[in-house]
Every structure is written in structure tokens, then in C-alpha cells.
Design a protein around this ligand. Sequence first.
Ligand code: HEC
Length: 177
Amino acid sequence: MNGRSLMTSTLAVAAAALACVIAFTTATAGHASDEAAPIYGITIPAGYRHWELVSVAHEAADFDDLRAMLGNAVAMKAFRSGTLPFPDGAIIARLAWKYVPSAENNKVFGRDQSFIAGAATNVQFMVKDSKKYAASGGWGYAEFINGKPAAEAVHKTCFPCHEPAKDKDYVFTHYAP
Ligand code: HEC
């Protein structure tokens, strides 16, 4: 092999490796899935795991979880400026994990006080499209468990439970500065 063909093949291998890294990153960033959720036909938005943080919440009782709300650029702009209703194109994600004690952190604090995010439970989305989702306050709803859409019965519960927040365009979470 002469110098030039060695360099050409080295470059080809490097390019192939880079392509694999890009494909892998795209597939794993936010568990992108092609399968649409029932009723509203929403798929997992690409790259949602890189969106900005709106706020966090902790639900006790049956849920016993920790939650983080993330917003895409359209949603974040509306949250920060207090714009209501949210404009079309806004998407809010709600991630949740089991609420578990951290033995590792407790050791450092010298007592039992630390709780952290455990296994992921599910991820939910609200997608604003005032025409398409006019029948449900302008929002489409979707829930995924391990990247797979939850059952249709689950999706029937979303809008009725968000209705009490009608004054805030059906969104409960306030922007945490
Ligand atoms: C029992 C009532 C209830 C049901 C059912 C429900 N939600 Fe919510 N949802 C809430 C409340 C309360 C919050 C805010 C606090 C929290 O997350 O715990 C919330 C928060 C959210 C958020 C973050 C934006 C916001 O409004 O604060 C999204 C996104 C969301 N829910 C989507 C869904 C989807 C999708 C479904 C159906 C699969 C659903 N919700 C079903 C009560 C409900």
C-alpha cells in the first residue's frame, strides 16, 4: 500500500466510525422512537433530553417519584415571558424517576438525608397545536414507557385532569428561575 492509499483508507475508517457515533447519539438521545402514541398521534420529539429545565416536582404516595419538566425553545420563551396561551409549536416534556435514597451521598452527609433519581418511570409530552388539538384545549398529550407509547385508556385521562389549569393554558408547572 502506498502512502496515499493508506491515508485514504485511514480516512474512510475514521469517517465510518464518526458516522456510527452520530447514528448512535441520535438514537439514544432521549430514546427517539417512531411509534406514535394513541389518540393524539405524537411520537417522541427528537433530542428532547437536551431541552432546558422549566422546574422540578416530587410526587409522594403511589407515584413516589421525582420529576423534571423540560421545554423546547418555543415553550421556554413563553414560560420566561409569561406568554399565555402558549404558541403553536411549544412542547413541554415531563420526565420522572423513582425517588430513591442514596447510600453513597448519605455516607458523605453522615446521616440519612439524601434522595436521588432512580430508574426512569415514564416520560410525558404536551404538544401545542391549536388547530389539530382544538378538542383538547389546543394540546396533544403523549406518554411513553421505555420508549413505547402507553395505552389508549391512559391517554384518555390526560386532558380531563389538566382542565383545572385552564386559566394557565392547561399547564400546571410554573417556571422556576
Ligand atoms: C391525576 C391528574 C393528572 C393526569 C391524569 C395527568 N396529569 Fe399531567 N400533570 C398533572 C399535574 C398536577 C402536573 C404538575 C405537577 C406534576 O408533574 O406532578 C402535571 C404535569 C404535566 C406536564 C408538565 C406541564 C404541566 O402541566 O405542568 C406534562 C407534559 C403532563 N403533565 C402531561 C400529561 C400527559 C401526557 C398525561 C396523560 C398520559 C397526563 N399529564 C395526565 C396532573 C395530571
